[in-house]
Write a protein of this length. Structure first.
Length: 200
């Protein structure tokens, strides 16, 4: 179960009760962002030492209701490109995989940047896009991108981060890819950015 004093903070980005290096605290924040983008709610029931239950409620869309054009105006059709997803939060990997896979993209995901790099080096030309978290143990997203682009100059890169101020601090702007997504990421934002980057 979840402590009473933690219940109001569990959806805050980067809040975690895990030891340093064992979690970024972004899993529930990403889920909350996706549910909120669909005008839904998350209800928590938790008892100490008994476990927790999360109930997600998303409103149905009436047949005669028009889609909000402003929300989806930038969403373009999917594709068949190969996308490598890397995030040390397994839940985030699964969410990104499901969203992209539903649109036809061929995705492979890793929650270890080191394992992802070893896999990539076996067939660098296979992938069209790297979708990676920025803050990760072992190899951060920026370093991972550089190592992979060295093997495949045509590889497109999108870095996902909640640390807005961290990017580019080192002063060497060539170190960082130019495409960023800031967490929590909305599905339509993800799809629009991926398509735009792949289209060049």
């Amino acid at each position: 179960g979840i402590k009473e004093e933690d219940k109001d903070r569990i959806f805050d980005p980067f809040f975690t009760t895990k030891p340093i290096g064992e979690g970024t605290g972004l899993g529930l924040a990403v889920v909350h962002g996706i549910v909120k983008s669909h005008k839904g709610i998350i209800h928590l029931e938790s008892r100490r030492y008994h476990g927790s239950t999360f109930t997600i409620r998303i409103p149905t869309l009436p047949i005669d209701t028009e889609t909000d054009d402003k929300t989806y105006e930038n969403v373009q059709e999917g594709g068949r490109e190969q996308i490598l997803i890397v995030d040390d939060e397994e839940a985030v990997c699964q969410i990104l995989h499901r969203i992209l896979d539903k649109e036809g993209y061929q995705t492979t995901s890793f929650n270890s940047s080191r394992k992802a790099l070893l896999h990539f080096n076996n067939n660098p030309k296979k992938y069209d896009l790297l979708l990676t978290d920025f803050m990760m143990p072992d190899i951060d997203g920026s370093e991972l991108a550089m190592l992979m682009v060295q093997k495949n100059k045509d590889l497109e890169v999108i870095i996902c981060t909640g640390h807005v101020g961290t990017l580019g601090k080192a002063g060497d702007t060539k170190r960082y890819p130019t495409n960023f997504l800031y967490k929590p990421i909305k599905p339509e934002q993800l799809l629009s950015t991926v398509r735009k980057v792949l289209n060049g």
